[in-house]
Design a protein. Structure first.
Length: 83
């Protein structure tokens, strides 16, 4: 899964969010408990101003790792925007 994550982050850092999402969607299909993948999906959707999808993915990351600090923090920042 590291290769998927690294490729997705490269796309993310180059503002190629849809390409990053494509890579991450494939990764979470192959390993559905890939908490880091869901976190990065959230980051990408947030950049695309799709706040609800971002929140859903942060929640999935937390479902697989309840102590995932970055996902928790990102979700807390989105909460006012998802009500």
């Amino acid at each position: 899964m590291d290769a998927y994550r690294e490729k997705a982050i490269i796309y993310f850092n180059n503002a190629q969010y849809k390409s990053s999402i494509d890579v991450l969607e494939k990764a979470v299909t192959l390993q559905n408990n890939f908490d880091v993948g869901y976190y990065w999906l959230g980051r990408n959707y947030e950049k695309l101003n799709q706040k609800e999808k971002a929140a859903e993915n942060y929640q999935r990351a937390l479902m697989y790792d309840p102590q995932y600090f970055e996902a928790k923090e990102a979700l807390e920042k989105l909460q006012p925007n998802t009500n």
